[in-house]
Design a protein around this ligand. Sequence first.
Ligand code: HEC
Length: 476
Amino acid sequence: MRPTIAKILTSSFALLAPIVVTSQALAQQDEVTFHKDIEPILQRSCQNCHRVGGAGPMPLITYEQVAPFAGLIEYKTGLRDRAGAMPPWYMEKNIGIQDYKDDPSLSDEELAAISAWARNGTPQGNVADAPEALSFDDSTKWKAGEPDLVVVMNDVTKLAGTPDWWGEIDYMPIGLEEDRYVKSVEVVEVNDVDTSAAAGTVGGRYIFHHMIWGTAQLDENGERQGFSIPWPVHEVGRNADIFDEDAGRLLKAGTAIVSDSVHLHSNGRDTTGHMEVGFRFHPKGYEPKYKPSFIGLGNGVDISITGNQKDQELHAYTVLQQHTKVVTFEPHLHAPGERMCLEAIWGYTVETLSCVGYDHNWVRGYPYADDAAPILPKGTILHIVGYMNNTDSNPNVPDPRNWQGSGNRSVTNMFIDLGIRVELTDEQFAEAMEERRQVLNLGPNDHVIGCPLCLAPLVAPVAEQRELDGDEVAAN
Ligand code: HEC
């Protein structure tokens, strides 16, 4: 076949590539404006925090508010998945599963637009191109959606310059009259910090470092009775927990929120604040299909981190005793933690499911999208790898000369995947894989990360079984 004109043009232009690219890039830069290109990005991924009363130190709403920060915005968004990046979401985009719920991260095109805009004199553009402004009311503090039940805990006060405090806070009855299954739970701190005075860091904005909490029955004296049911730990900078659609968690009527492990820290100003716990419910009559899985994945025993050295690895493994769906990945490290990867090993298959950067100021959970959550057969080995940077290039480490072991304080270490997982029976496992094949329209030559048996001939007997069932139904 003779080369077409387009091809000839492309190949001769290839020689001129550097010049062509530059002039093209310049032409594109001219087109990037605040109202048309930047404002929609800010609305989707930033304004939730960067508004008056939000978690961010400065509002990023109007052109006048945003333009002076253009260079800093280019830098912070350009960090992508490393500590310090904005928005605080550190999923690596070049490895593993890429579909997550409530993912605020920016695409390559959006990062390029920000960069072009910042380097090209921050043109404002035409107001007519602007998206409709978002309105912020009290409900916007709930990132996972307006809760059906909000439990407001009692106020506590932390004075400027006082040492950290650990302990128990007042129990609070939830005021629920019938049992309900919970879709998602979110904990937010509401306090009297003056957000118009730049808070600087997320630690300067809040006083609760974390709250380990549960729900329990109280007796007539307000004393806790029996065990409490644990709910996901709240930590500073943490996002909401969205449970698997088919594994809602039971919230019992007449219980109270209890916590004997709250860590408060001073943010430099006298501050009074409290926690609010927002539950979203499944409709009445909902029954969960899957059981939660309580397999631990981590190693707190023999952590040993050398001083003044980066790229130190920690490893931990667990063997799944049941078929398992991984609902969220939640790396939990401490100050030297820089990155964590989750890997599934099944037979000869070794797959990286997710790798995320880590910033101990922002503890985040990463909920897999429904059609992307790993479905792993029993016998799979889950493996986490932690990457530690104990040098002065890690601003979270106070003194990198120190050796570090395990412990509860931020200057000692934890190494855990706190992610949520559910168990599947043989039948549910086959069903979940069948659903995945259909939803993703998988053919025999496809491969999907996190579902090693999705296309294996191993599932064939189940299909035959189903045909049998079908015949029986037909015969009846
Ligand atoms: C979940 C809340 C949240 C979201 C979402 C968020 N930020 Fe931030 N941002 C903060 C907080 C809190 C800080 C203070 C520094 C810290 O604690 O990391 C900050 C710091 C910054 C800074 C540095 C300010 C300084 O003076 O050092 C910039 C720039 C910034 N954010 C831009 C953005 C942009 C642009 C987006 C969206 C693409 C975004 N942020 C999304 C909460 C948020």
